[in-house]
Design a binder for this molecule. Structure first.
Ligand SMILES: NC(=O)c1ccc[n+]([C@@H]2O[C@H](COP(=O)([O-])OP(=O)(O)OC[C@H]3O[C@@H](n4cnc5c(N)ncnc54)[C@H](O)[C@@H]3O)[C@@H](O)[C@H]2O)c1
Length: 372
């Protein structure tokens, strides 16, 4: 198969969909890989590394779209890319269709095949191509929180791990899924006193088994949250209710109960946030203060660490990309059920029900395309 890797053009996006190591794997299997000039630069991979791996460097985004049967990207195509996409071309990337109607309509019109990272799903309902970014964001949440707890950044002026003779900071994590678990590991590793709150008892039983002694679990409910926020220094929002807006577990009135300089990191901000006062911020201007409480609400946290994020993402996407390259999207999806829910739009038909419903557009069951 001919695979094209364009440079991401969305503002501040420095990740790339394929590393030189990934290019080498595909070339080794007899596929042809074209990488747009400087596509990997933001993640620390120069053109020469791709050329050494057997890929060909193309000068422009137009040339990359023009030649490829499969386009591998990170972010959804943005407007200038719409016209470059060709009928029958396979696009393997994040799309998040339900949040943007113009993109959905443009992809329907393109008659391309859109396989969305975010809806590839395993039999246990886990989302293998979203997990790596949650892992990055969870770990980063503690790094950022520790930083903003410093006095010059308007935090409480407390060191996460304390020192001998001084108690460590208290970290409260709302939601013990992927983000919450990774955040807990980091905070615990730095010596903080950590509590994870969740509504799932089986999840908390698991966490209680695997976490170190400085991580405790507690049932998430309003009563307990109100009690805990009074003396916690760093509070991380990591709740997810699949397919729904995050519930506001921390409401506006609760800020007054917190100590001045408390830091809130709402990782769930991309789903509306689980802290009522959080609104999306950027890496350029990541925080704001309400009632002496620092709010960090960057919606694309992994974007700040493109080297790690690119490697984490491509570790997860490459096995699927190889299947798609070897078999074509139809046979690959017939053989691997994980890929079936990833199919969102095929040749002008919306085959993912929630996307069709989001914009009141026609829905075509994907079986139409997968039956022989
Ligand atoms: N800001 C970013 O850059 C960024 C990056 C990656 C992920 N995220 C977001 O982080 C959030 C968490 O993602 P995840 O992968 O950890 O999800 P996940 O599904 O692995 O975990 C969510 C957890 O929330 C728990 N939960 C549900 N309702 C709860 C409640 N009322 N109280 C406490 N816990 C509750 C669930 O039981 C589950 O354990 C998502 O919104 C995701 O989109 C943001």
């Amino acid at each position: 198969m001919i695979i094209g890797v364009p440079k991401e053009i969305k503002n501040n996006e420095n990740r790339v969909a394929l590393t030189p190591a990934g290019a080498k794997e595909l070339v080794k299997r007899g596929h042809t890989v074209y990488v747009q000039h400087t596509a990997g630069e933001g993640s620390g991979f120069p053109d020469e590394a791709y050329a050494e791996a057997g890929a060909t460097i193309l000068p422009t985004i137009e040339a990359t779209y023009e030649i490829a049967e499969m386009i591998m990207k990170v972010k959804e195509p943005i407007e200038p890319e719409y016209k470059l996409i060709k009928e029958d071309q396979l696009l393997f990337t994040y799309f998040h269709f339900a949040s943007y109607e113009p993109l959905t309509k443009a992809m329907v019109e393109s008659k391309a095949v859109c396989l969305a990272y975010e809806t590839v799903e395993k039999a246990d309902r886990s989302l293998p191509l979203l997990i790596p970014m949650s892992e990055v964001a969870g770990r980063m949440a503690v790094q950022k929180g520790a930083n903003y707890l410093e006095k010059p950044l308007q935090g409480r002026g407390i060191l996460l791990g304390g020192v001998p003779g001084v108690l460590p900071a208290k970290v409260l994590i709302l939601g013990g899924g992927i983000v919450g678990t990774q955040a807990a590991w980091m905070a615990a590793g730095l010596g903080a006193d950590v509590t994870i709150m969740d509504v799932s008892l089986p999840r908390m039983r698991y966490l209680a088994d695997v976490m170190p002694a400085n991580v405790k679990t507690m049932m998430s409910n309003e009563y307990n949250i109100r009690k805990m926020i009074k003396n916690h220094d760093l509070i991380i929002g990591a709740v997810l209710i699949p397919g729904a807006k995050a519930p506001h577990l921390i409401t506006r009135d609760m800020l007054k109960e917190m100590q001045p300089g408390t830091v809130l990191v709402d990782v769930a901000v991309d789903q509306g946030g689980c802290i009522e006062t959080c609104k999306p911020t950027t890496h350029q201007d990541p925080t704001f203060i309400i009632d002496d409480v620092v709010h960090y609400c960057v919606a694309n946290m992994p974007g700040a660490v493109p080297y790690t994020s690119t490697l984490a993402l491509t570790n997860a996407t490459l096995p699927y990309a190889i299947q798609l390259a070897e078999k074509g999207w139809k046979k690959a999806a017939q053989d691997n059920p994980d890929l079936v829910p990833g199919l969102n739009i095929i040749n002008g038909d919306i085959v993912y029900q929630a996307v069709a419903e989001a914009f009141d557009l026609d829905y075509t069951p994907v079986v139409k395309y997968l039956a022989d």
